[in-house]
Ligand binder design. Structure first.
Ligand code: SAM
Length: 177
């Protein structure tokens, strides 16, 4: 079972930082890939790869500039499910067990400004992380956390060059590769 995150509506001049954070949350919280829809922004790719080089995750799949709508339809055709995160959707508490039980590949869509009706229509699940507007980064993190029931916080990457030694003060980083 794989989980990919599709970021739609990225505006290179405004969203570089937040889109990079979406990708970093995807990697750190247990998704297996990040897809940037409709825009080729190599800076995003570069930022994620830099993190992966040091902190691991070489198998994390990254693709930029796909046609988002085709990607969604193709994902469904291959029997994966599509989850669109939106404050207008069904509260995550009421649907997460059902999504987990499907045991299918999941494409999680997060938007930027206004999300076109297409995604509401073709998503198998429109899921709300509460019904207030907030952020794609927060929405994705909470979705993955609920999906994995907290286990993602213990993820490690076997190809990491450095790992953190948790400490109450200061920064302890150990070189391992
Ligand atoms: N007005 C937009 C909409 O139609 O949902 C909100 C834009 S918000 C800045 C950017 C993205 O954050 C949304 O496309 C959605 O993926 C995510 N998001 C924001 N609040 C959310 C919430 N309460 N539940 C789920 N996702 C949310």
């Amino acid at each position: 079972m794989v989980i990919y995150v599709l970021r739609i509506g990225h505006r290179p001049e405004r969203d570089k930082r937040i889109t990079t954070h979406v990708a970093l949350v995807a990697r750190a919280f247990g998704a297996h890939g990040f897809i940037l829809g409709d825009v080729v922004d190599k800076k995003i790719m570069y930022s994620i790869k830099k993190i992966i080089e040091r902190w691991g995750g070489k198998d994390f799949y990254i693709e930029i500039g796909v046609d988002s709508r085709k990607y969604v339809l193709e994902w469904k055709r291959k029997n994966g499910i599509v989850v669109h995160l939106t404050m207008y959707g069904i509260n995550i508490d009421d649907i997460i067990d059902n999504i987990r039980k499907q045991n299918k590949d999941i494409l999680i869509i997060v938007g930027a400004e206004k999300v076109p009706p297409f995604y509401y229509k073709y998503a198998d699940y429109n899921v709300a992380i509460g019904h207030q507007p907030h952020s794609e980064v927060a929405a994705l993190a909470i979705f993955l956390d609920r999906f994995y029931e907290g286990r993602e916080l213990y993820l490690s990457f076997s190809d990491a060059k450095v790992v953190i030694e948790p400490s109450n003060r200061g920064k302890r980083v150990r070189r391992v590769g």
